[in-house]
Design a protein around this ligand. Sequence first.
Ligand code: GLU
Length: 436
Amino acid sequence: MTQQKYPPRHMGTMMGPVDPSAFENALMQFEAAAKTMKLTDDQVAMIKEPRRTTEVKLPVRMDDGRIEVFQGFRVQHNIARGPAKGGIRFHPDVSIDEVKALAFWMTFKCAVVDIPMGGGKGGVVVDPSNLSLGELERVARRYMAEMIDLFGPDRDIPAPDVNTGPMIMAWMMDTYSMHHRDNVPAVITGKPLELGGSRGRASATAQGMVFCVREAAQKLKIDLKKATVAVQGFGNAGSFAAKLLREDGCKIVAISDIGGAFHNRQQGINPDEAIDFLREHKNLKGFERSAEVSRFDDPMVLLEEPVDILIPAALENQIVKKNAPRVKPKIIAECANGPCTFDADAILERNGVFIIPDILCNAGGVTVSYFEWVQNRMGYYWESERVLSELERYMVKAFNDVYETSKKYKVNMRIAAFIIAIERVTRVSELRGLYA
Ligand code: GLU
């Protein structure tokens, strides 16, 4: 069994010394929405900062006999609407600031699509491409063991994120279940199908994006059959994004991952060829020798490709003040979390770019995670058609709620998404009141 279908990707970052951090960006987005809504200080205080931040050291026996100590984090941002929910990221650049931002976005993401979950996120500072399978398993199990009291089907439910997939979820579910002396599949989502995973979970993030893009294309009168697409990041979300949009008739003109960025503006790129290439290679390095594509000298230039739809599907802080003036697609569909900074948003908006914000655009992943949790608790598993049609219902409703709110308040889609989400979280906090 392989750890994940696609290799890890470590995208570079555009962040310069003057760019705000991910969490600072998240707070700027929040404050812009809070101002429009005229939130009271009490309301802001209840939902702005994370409720619990945990940092642990994970000693792990390496294959050569040494012990290496990794750093792990879990942040529970808000649990008013339900248990904390959010993935665990394995990446050498993971920091507490990043995990706080990601947990924050999860709270509002779950609220935008209106699933009964709060926001959490975890991370381990590690480059998994340097680990053997056994080392990876020991890191994953130790992470769960160290944090075990934080987790539970009604407490905090982790899931995959960058560089983690079904295999790691299986090890973590097993570790939790062994400690509890019970079979507890609902403690984690994104598991392999055989272990209580949901049909449609692997493609869910991209599928949710496609439902949003279809709605946006209708509003903006873009014919998807004639649309061109560039995808930054060819991991789980990015590769499915390219595949699914091609099935909708779009031409994929550029793709990238840690191994480089590639384009074919005339014929387009067949994502299946890239996926096949990745079965034998760690990343897309050398893809130009096996397919009809040319290599960009600077992979970041992919973001400036004059396409109809740009899909950032890598990491946060990719479109920043510096490059934003040159990024001019009709639509940016954020499969990644936090790819555009707050400053970049203003520039993109001035240039007429329609952004489908991360907390809406990539919410399909956590929505199907919620379906997985529901199925685990029912002990009854749905067919793919049911997953797909329920996902469509959630995404189309969320997209249109956000679109109408953006018109009502005369704000962009990101601020509109925050307004809806903040309203929902605030309402529940007030209904619950304060304990003691
Ligand atoms: N890591 C994914 C996200 O950023 C999925 C979270 C989940 O399924 O809980 O939304």
